[in-house]
Design a protein around this ligand. Sequence first.
Ligand code: NAP
Length: 458
Amino acid sequence: MAIATVNPFTGQTEQEFEPHTDAEVEERIAQADAAFRQLRSTTFAQRAEWMRRAADILEEDVEQLARIITIEMGRPIAGARAEVLKCAKGLRFYADNAEEFLAPEPLDDPAKVNASKAGTRYAPLGVVLAVMPWNYPLWQVLRFAGPALMAGNTGLLKHASNVPQAAIYLDTLFERAGFPAGALRTLLIPASRVEKVLRDPRVKATTLTGSEPAGRSLASIAGSEVKHVVLELGGSDPFIVMPSADLDKAVSVAVTARNQNNGQSCIAAKRFIVHSDVYDAFVEKFTEQVAALKVGDPLEETTDIGPLATESGRDELEQQVADAVAKGAHVRTGGTVPDRPGWFYEPTVLENVTPEMRLYLEEAFGPVASVYRVADRDEALALANSTTFGLSSAVWTNDADEEEWFAENLDAGAVFINGMTASYPELPFGGIKDSGVGRELAAAGIREFCNLKTVWKG
Ligand code: NAP
């Protein structure tokens, strides 16, 4: 894939970028490595000051950045702006909390280990290679980079090939804020050149947010190099609605949960599992609100749904729906590619999705919702847990026993009760099963790329 900005609203290539040569990649790895040696000896207070400045810069640049996001991957401009501001908040969160999250932990009773003093401390690992997707071009990168740099690590960013302007902006952000040059360096390279970078001895660990095949490939290379890996992969999150739920609220959140970011969110609710007592009412209201979403130019403030980010992504979604319809799924609304330029897909609601259809097991990365009818909570849980994914989940109920039962038994990295799955800097984020390994955000996220060092004194 060429490294280029291709506007998904028009389908036109706006700008192409030359990949970095091998010599340029070598120079950038060396810069990140040199920056690590400088950064590791700075104090938390110093890094926090720079991190807060980086947050300020993001806020100052919000309009420029929101436009880059919208032009490169089609996110409606209001959401793009919100993404930039969320990044600033995330960076400040780590500026405020990193020192406490990484504070040394002395053992209460060192005599038990024959020591006068013993405990643990966290040390940075070094250069971390981050392979990132286009769907939240700033947030995915900064939720890695904020904690990584606050811990004293540095980063190499291999961003998705269709968001080069975002990648180039990020290349200088931390330097502008005061961090040593090379604290986060962008590598403009195709996926095929990631392996060589990961095998470089100066690169100590890696993280990938993206698809399952990419994650498996990266993890197998990291495994052969015995390098730590964090994977944030796909999801097909269940959204369960039980009879006691506040139905109107569940419906309106369901519409947002499925269609945010044009349906291209790993933690979007994708499978709506509804108790038969409220099924008909849910589907009717849900369909009506999905059909009312405004599809159009993502640069317009009032647009709800813009184009999908890539032509291939749109074609894949079209094929998944065609497969389901050919095997008997019922289209309540949407189900078509509109006759207009750009890579649009109509917001869609499908019923009667069955196990032989691709959509039953695969992730739908676009505005397509599958709704399932279930008789009781056991059936809801079995269906929810039936995919290979385990990212997040949502349950709508006002029954305390049911709430606890789902929280305990859903196989997912998170359970949101009566609300929409979202990432918060304060809460760990990540999946199980084929949705990934490791955690980002909160204390768990900053500790992922640290050496948990035991120190014992006789
Ligand atoms: P993708 O094709 O896997 O691309 C993601 C990144 O990986 C890009 O930088 C890509 O580079 C690179 N890449 C692709 N194949 C690779 C390989 N074999 N080795 C090394 N790097 C490789 O994913 P996508 O389709 O752009 O993104 C959508 C997927 O990401 C969805 O499945 C979504 O659910 C998932 N996602 C997960 C999370 C989470 O937190 N769990 C968050 C957001 C998205 P090129 O662009 O150059 O190919």
